[in-house]
Design a protein around this ligand. Structure first.
Ligand SMILES: Cc1cc2nc3c(=O)[nH]c(=O)nc-3n(C[C@H](O)[C@H](O)[C@H](O)COP(=O)(O)O)c2cc1C
Length: 197
C-alpha cells in the first residue's frame, strides 16, 4: 500500500490550506492509499539553525521520520507575502535526503491571489532537494470557501481529486525507481540518485 503524507504549512486554527490537504488525503485514502497528516501547528519545530544539534529533538526526529517513510507527499501552504509561509520553509530546512526522489503535489490557499507566487518558490525548494513536482498545482482563494471554511468550488475540488489520483499512481513509480537506482552498483551509469547515494 502506498504511503501518502500530507503537510499543512499554516499555523492557523481555521486553516483553509488544511481543508485542501485533507481533501487530497481523504480521496487518496478512498482509493487505497495509507495516509498521514502532518499539521505543522501540531509539530512545533524550532527555527532551523545550522550549528544546532537536533539529534535528540523529538519533534525534528518525528517530522524527519514521517517524511522518510512516505512514498509521496501533498504539501499545502498559505500564500504569505507572495511566498510560501515561514513555517513551510522552516519545515523544508530540516530535510533533504528524505525528499530526494519523491513526488510532491502542491496546494495553496491565498487571499486575493491565486497562489502562483507561493507555488514558484515552493516548487523551487522541492526541486532543489531533488524531489519531483506534479506538473500542475491546486490553488484556492477566499471565495472558494464558505463562511464555515468548507470548500464550495467544485472545480477546485475536481483538481484536488485529480491530484490525489496522480500522486497514488505516479508517486510509487518514481520512489521505487529511485530506490532501485540507489541499489545500483557503483560502476553502473550514474543517475541523480548517485549524488546522494
Ligand atoms: C502575513 C500574511 C501574508 C499574506 N500574503 C498574501 C499574499 O501575498 N497574497 C494573497 O493572495 N494572500 C495573502 N494572505 C492571505 C492568506 O494567503 C489567506 O488568508 C489564506 O487563506 C491563509 O491560509 P490558511 O487559511 O491556511 O492559514 C496573507 C495573509 C497573511 C496573514
Amino acid at each position: 500500500m502506498m504511503k501518502l503524507l500530507g503537510v499543512n504549512g499554516s499555523m492557523s486554527n481555521k486553516s483553509r490550506t488544511l481543508v485542501l490537504v485533507k481533501q487530497v488525503l481523504d480521496v487518496a485514502g478512498e482509493q487505497g492509499a495509507s495516509t498521514t497528516l502532518l499539521n505543522l501547528s501540531d509539530y512545533p519545530l524550532p527555527i532551523f539553525a545550522p550549528q544546532a544539534d537536533y539529534s535528540e529533538n523529538e519533534v525534528v526526529l518525528e517530522v524527519q521520520r514521517l517524511v522518510e517513510e512516505a512514498d509521496a507527499l501533498i504539501v499545502g501552504t498559505p500564500e504569505y507575502h507572495a511566498c510560501m509561509s515561514g513555517a513551510t520553509k522552516n519545515f523544508f530546512d530540516f530535510l533533504y535526503r528524505q525528499i530526494s526522489g519523491k513526488l510532491f503535489g502542491l496546494v495553496a490557499a491565498s487571499g486575493g491571489g491565486n497562489g502562483a507566487s507561493a507555488f514558484t518558490n515552493l516548487r523551487a525548494t522541492v526541486l532543489c532537494c531533488h524531489g519531483w513536482v506534479m506538473p500542475y498545482n491546486v490553488g484556492a482563494t477566499g471565495t472558494d470557501f464558505d463562511k464555515e471554511g468548507q470548500l464550495v468550488n467544485s472545480r477546485v475540488d475536481e483538481r484536488l481529486r485529480r491530484m490525489a489520483r496522480d500522486l497514488i499512481v505516479y508517486g510509487p513509480l518514481l520512489h521505487q525507481q529511485f530506490q532501485d537506482d540507489l541499489a545500483q552498483p557503483a560502476d553502473a551509469p550514474p543517475g541523480f540518485a548517485h549524488w546522494i547515494g
